[in-house]
Design a protein around this ligand. Structure first.
Ligand SMILES: Nc1nc2c(c(=O)[nH]1)N[C@H]1C(S)=C(S)[C@@H](COP(=O)(O)OP(=O)(O)OC[C@H]3O[C@@H](n4cnc5c(N)ncnc54)[C@H](O)[C@@H]3O)O[C@H]1N2
Ligand code: MOO
Ligand SMILES: [Mg+2]
Length: 411
């Protein structure tokens, strides 16, 4: 087992040990946010027929050659065709068909003239401008042609992709499966959130925070609840979860305390330790093991440490497993709104709120930022990164900030 490794080493080990899930077929609407595991070829032309992009009149360009305001032409209107219908008439010399946006162009017509450029009665239309052949016609296949590769494998399915797949009639789509992730909170001091507080105990918040983080990344959390600090209980819970979970996340019990037996439990359950302790604050005592191709993360019990190490290590691994090619948090240069008085001997992540104004990012951070404090995480959307050996920082300093939850992760 490696110990006291750098952030970069930890991430490198994890990325090497993580595998993409297998492709599965899911109903179209369940594919939102997943990565497409197939190339989508169009098996149709879109639009499937030449269609009108305007409400107006379908005419033949020959008929309106040379017309002008001074020399207009009057055509007989022989039919009316709304979208969704097909005119059975063919336009001959001197004739026009009243047509609505989205309707198929009638036989014999090669130009559409919008209402605003005509004068019309029930059975005639007067045209004052000449248009060349093909004007105002949406050609068959102008959006997609048969055989076009319209969505590449590896694309993250967002609303436009859902629309394209719907256009092509795909009610099921092949995507990389969302990993199932078991969450176990360890600690004799923990009680369920429905329980009243008892002296010496606290409610289990970590399971909920981590489950929410997993959901936000797009994977499937399953809370195993609370488990005491006894090694046998932890091993039993781990073994049962290893049967169905793709990944297990535990919180608590990874430091050096007498009751911190989670690392030992990982090994007792048959897993091989990959590393313990990363040179970062908060979250130093993170422990990671592997069981076959499944990763088991032992996050610190301190709520902010668990939250931040999830963002640094678990989130990119889940994204990679789901087939994402971009899984790193977006990092920007930002101007500090308040000072940070600490010098840091460790790489430190400070919870922060970052906003964008007039072309620049600005960052503020709350007063309370110790790893046991959860409340001040509310409203934060970023992490101010203080590399070891740097600081203190003054208001106005330009610093590096990681944006959590940035839409960039979607692509
Ligand atoms: N002698 C040393 N003591 C500690 C060190 C050290 O290096 N030497 N490291 C400290 C650091 S840093 C951290 S971080 C914590 C990590 O502790 P553990 O991962 O072992 O976690 P626990 O001891 O179980 O709990 C820590 C803290 O978090 C609370 N907790 C635990 N689970 C939950 C939960 N599900 N929901 C809410 N809060 C939870 C727990 O009650 C403790 O207060 O170790 C330091 N100690
Ligand atoms: O690593 Mo701990 O989370 O610093 O307090
Ligand atoms: Mg402990």
């Amino acid at each position: 087992m490696r110990t006291n490794i750098s952030l970069e080493e930890a991430l490198e080990i994890l990325l090497k040990e993580s595998n993409q899930t297998e492709p599965i077929h899911v109903p179209l609407m369940d594919s939102l946010g997943s990565v497409l595991a197939e190339e989508i070829l169009s098996d149709m032309n879109m639009p499937p027929f030449d269609k009108s992009p305007l409400d107006g009149y379908a005419v033949c360009s020959e008929d309106i050659k040379g017309v002008s305001k001074e020399n207009p032409i009057r055509l007989n209107v022989i039919d009316f065709v709304p979208a969704g219908y097909v005119s059975e008439k063919t336009i001959s010399k001197g004739q026009a068909i009243r047509i609505m946006t989205g309707a198929k162009i009638p036989e014999g017509a090669d130009v559409i003239i919008r209402f605003e450029d005509t004068d019309f009665t029930d059975d005639s239309v007067t045209i004052y401008t000449a248009y060349s052949t093909g004007s105002n016609i949406s050609k068959m296949g102008e959006d997609m042609k048969i055989g076009d590769s319209v969505i590449q494998e590896g694309t993250v399915i967002d609303a436009p992709e859902i629309g394209i797949l719907a256009t092509l009639g795909k009610s099921f789509v092949q995507v990389y499966r969302k990993p199932r992730i078991a969450i176990l909170s360890t600690g004799d001091e923990l009680i369920d959130i429905q329980q009243p507080l008892v002296d010496g105990k606290i409610r289990n918040s970590n399971s909920y925070t981590v489950a929410a983080q997993i959901k936000k990344v797009g994977a499937k959390p399953l809370m195993l609840g609370i488990c005491d600090d006894g090694i046998d209980t932890i091993v039993e819970k781990l073994k049962s979860a290893l049967g169905w979970a793709d990944m297990i996340i535990t919180t608590g019990g990874v430091s050096v305390g007498d009751c911190d037996l989670v690392k030992e439990a990982f090994q007792e359950a048959g897993a091989e330790m990959l590393f313990w302790r990363v040179r970062m604050k908060p979250g130093t005592p993170i422990a990671v093991a592997k069981y076959g191709n499944k990763l088991i993360f032992g996050l610190s019990g301190n709520p902010a440490a668990a939250y931040i190490t999830f963002e640094q290590f678990v989130r990119p691994i889940i994204l990679k497993q789901m087939g994402r090619q971009k899984y790193k948090l977006m990092e920007v240069e930002s101007i500090l709104e308040n000072g940070f008085t600490k010098t840091s001997s460790q790489n430190r992540f400070v919870r922060a709120h970052t906003f964008y104004q007039d072309g620049k990012y600005y960052t503020q951070f709350p007063e309370k930022h110790s790893s046991g404090v959860l409340s001040s995480l509310s409203g934060t959307n970023s992490l101010f990164y203080v590399p070891s050996g740097t600081g203190p920082h003054e208001a106005g300093d330009k610093v590096k900030v990681q944006l959590l939850d940035h839409p960039e992760v979607l692509k």
